[in-house]
Design a protein around this ligand. Structure first.
Ligand SMILES: NC(=O)c1ccc[n+]([C@@H]2O[C@H](COP(=O)([O-])OP(=O)(O)OC[C@H]3O[C@@H](n4cnc5c(N)ncnc54)[C@H](OP(=O)(O)O)[C@@H]3O)[C@@H](O)[C@H]2O)c1
Length: 328
């Protein structure tokens, strides 16, 4: 089978498109013929050796796939021909999803509703689970609250806008261009601010009548986190999701005290290891919202597997909106 292999760490261009012997799946693993594979921002960090988990070289990147079951272990309740989506283990990643075939544990695989296309399925899990756990589990978002979503046209941001609207929040989104703020509005944001041309903290204060944002969903960090502390509401919650700005901000705990707000971290992958029993309820709620037409992954580009370095560079450079999908 064809797969993109990382033999030395670096930018997307260091990956090589190789013929890889897929062998037989190891005991207990199901085999998936991949139809769509999602690019995630952290794939670029992993290829560069800058992510918290560092797979041994060589490895094939990509953790989020959808496709068709080719074979499954006995007793797994999966059958040949089932349409499925799967998350591949980023910790022990050796053969990930930038490939024609992937193997996964049955527990990491779920069947797709007939009406869900493969590209939506590959794009869905990580962004919507992250938004769900961040907003509901960590921030306890309530209907009627003001939610500020940073990088609202990005992968997790676009999901957070939709999950926030479905929860009954008033959603304010920020993004780095007028084109992206337009996308935020199309996703359902009540207000969208181009943070490169406007001071979003002042705008949030104005839009909320001085109350500020009850919940702030922050995948960007750096200056965006610092400014967020100026428009967080009394008893507000800032959810730390990522650091695409490249700078990990420091929380001023005296300010946290003086304004009575909370800074909460979210590492969704840790739920899958430490509290996996919480995930099925979130999956059901998210799939119900998808079926009801309230959630739809934002997909800005489909590229063939052979163009994976270009796709990864688009995401790593902040040029993409929503998700970029490799099709096989
Ligand atoms: N905590 C978790 O469990 C979890 C789960 C999934 C993802 N994440 C993290 O969340 C972050 C966002 O992931 P994503 O998949 O949504 O990424 P994405 O689709 O690439 O979106 C990131 C957005 O960040 C903004 N940005 C600001 N400064 C940037 C810079 N210097 N370079 C690139 N982008 C920049 C860009 O939007 P603007 O142009 O609008 O600024 C960009 O669209 C990543 O750090 C990822 O690792 C965390």
């Amino acid at each position: 089978m064809k797969a993109w292999v990382v033999r030395r760490l670096g930018g997307p261009e260091t990956m090589r498109f190789e013929d890889v012997d897929s062998g037989a799946p190891t005991d207990g693993m199901a085999r998936i013929a991949i139809k769509a594979s999602a690019i995630n921002y952290f794939d670029a960090l992993m290829v560069a050796g800058q992510y918290q988990t560092k797979p041994d070289l060589p490895f094939v990147p990509g953790v989020e796939v959808s496709g068709v079951i080719e074979s499954a272990p006995a007793g797994s309740k999966l059958n040949e021909g089932d349409r499925v989506a799967a998350l591949l283990d980023s910790g022990g990643l050796t053969r990930g999803g930038y490939a024609e075939i992937a193997d996964a544990l049955p527990a990491a695989i779920h069947r797709l509703p007939d009406a869900m296309p493969f590209d939506d399925a590959a794009a869905f899990t990580l962004i919507f689970q992250t938004a769900w756990f961040g907003l509901h589990r960590r921030a306890n978002l309530q209907s009627g609250e003001n939610l500020l979503v940073h990088a609202g046209a990005g992968g997790v941001g676009s999901a957070a806008i939709q999950v926030g609207k479905a929860a009954g929040a008033t959603v304010i989104a920020t993004a780095g261009s007028d084109e992206k703020t337009q996308i935020c509005r199309q996703l359902g944001a009540d207000h969208a601010i181009n943070y490169k041309t406007e001071d979003f903290a002042e705008e949030v204060e104005r839009l909320t009548g001085g109350r500020g944002a009850d919940v702030i969903f922050d995948p960007v960090g750096g200056d965006v986190y610092d400014r967020s502390t100026k428009c967080i509401a009394f008893e507000g919650r800032i959810v730390i999701v990522g650091f695409t700005s490249g700078r990990i901000p420091q929380a001023a705990t005296n300010h946290v005290l003086v304004k009575n707000y909370s800074v909460v971290g979210l590492h969704w992958g840790l739920y899958s290891r430490r509290a996996p029993e919480l995930i099925p309820a979130a999956t059901k709620a998210l799939m119900d919202l998808y079926a009801a037409g309230k959630l739809k992954p934002l997909i800005s580009a489909h590229l063939p597997l052979a163009e994976a370095p270009k796709a990864l560079a688009m995401v790593a450079g902040g040029k993409s909106t929503g998700k970029v999908i490799l099709t096989i």
